[in-house]
Design a protein around this ligand. Structure first.
Ligand SMILES: [Zn+2]
Length: 302
């Protein structure tokens, strides 16, 4: 071991080296270092996936299953307009055996685009739901209902929404709902023990504290995080308030691709890679809960 040797630099050079050392220290300890945190490497449960009619031709079943596998997605909550897409995924020989992707089928309430804004006042939608549930899929029984949309909170108070919530509670079906915070309360008023995945966790940007309030008030509520305003900053990492919320409620959030248009299918790999970046900024056990365990637990997957 060499000891006691000191290299003496001229004063100016020593100053420069000091500044250089300081810059290196700041780079390693500041936000730049966080950007280089290792992305989350584990499995992802895509808990908000659509395989709508427009996707079927450009993205055949074998292709989408390959894309999921490539992105490290090991299970999907699948629903589609109309329900044929979900059934095609569920009956594919490529599912699970070849691709390792498990399909959790949901009944969507939409036969066509008009149903997005009319389902809650159309009794034939409830009949369709009942017959879909009776028929099931090749991957087994349907496990939930949705994604459905309510663009006006008060539509959650209508008779069809009430019937669906009560059916979900009675049959242990999970609801995937794209609604605002007021409608979450109305849906729970119909069926206090129902399990709801809140698509986007407030897509119009309701405050993180309001999201926290609802999580505390409704223990069966889980927030899905696609399109959530304010979740991340320009660097792709979690905003401070959302990081705090996820750390405070690590059992209550999950991820989704929301492939509502073919553009989202085109970006599928990128969407999942983006999730892995901010998940990498969380303790690994918490990242795994949000990426996989919380959704897996809803459906009894290991
Ligand atoms: Zn969606």
């Amino acid at each position: 071991m060499e000891t006691g040797r000191t290299i003496i630099f001229p004063g100016k050079l020593q100053g420069c080296l000091g500044i250089l050392a300081l810059l290196v220290f700041l780079m390693l300890s500041g936000p730049l270092a966080a950007q280089h945190a290792r992305p989350y490497p584990g499995p992802i449960f895509d808990a908000h996936l659509h395989y709508n009619v427009e996707a079927v031709e450009p993205y055949p079943v074998a292709k989408v299953l390959g894309m999921m596998k490539e992105a490290g997605v090991a299970a999907v909550l699948a629903n589609s307009r109309p329900n044929d897409g979900t059934k095609a995924l569920a009956e594919s020989d490529d599912t699970l055996a070849k691709s390792g992707v498990q399909v959790i089928p949901f009944v969507r309430l939409y036969r066509n685009r008009d149903d997005y804004t009319n389902w809650f006042r159309d009794p034939t939608i409830y009949q369709m739901l009942e017959s879909e549930l009776a028929a099931g899929t090749a991957a087994g029984e349907y496990r939930g209902v949705g994604e459905f949309h309510l663009y006006q909170s008060q539509d959650a108070n209508g008779p069809i929404a009430r019937q669906i919530m009560q059916l979900a509670q009675a049959r242990n079906l999970v609801i995937l709902a794209h609604v605002d915070d007021a409608a979450i309360e109305m849906l729970y008023a119909h069926a206090p023990k129902a399990r709801i995945i809140w698509a986007h966790s407030g897509i119009s940007g309701v405050s993180a504290s309001r999201v926290a309030e609802l999580l505390v008030k409704y223990p069966t509520l889980v927030g899905e995080l696609s399109y959530r305003p304010g979740l991340t900053g320009g660097n792709g990492l979690l905003s401070p308030e959302w990081k705090q919320l996820l750390l405070s409620h690590p059992e209550r959030f999950c991820l989704g691709s929301d492939t509502w248009t073919n553009g989202r299918w085109a970006a599928y790999a990128e969407i999942m890679a983006g999730y892995r970046v901010w998940l990498g900024d969380l303790p690994v056990a918490i990242a795994r809960k949000i990426a996989w365990e919380n959704a897996a637990r809803l459906f009894g997957l290991p």
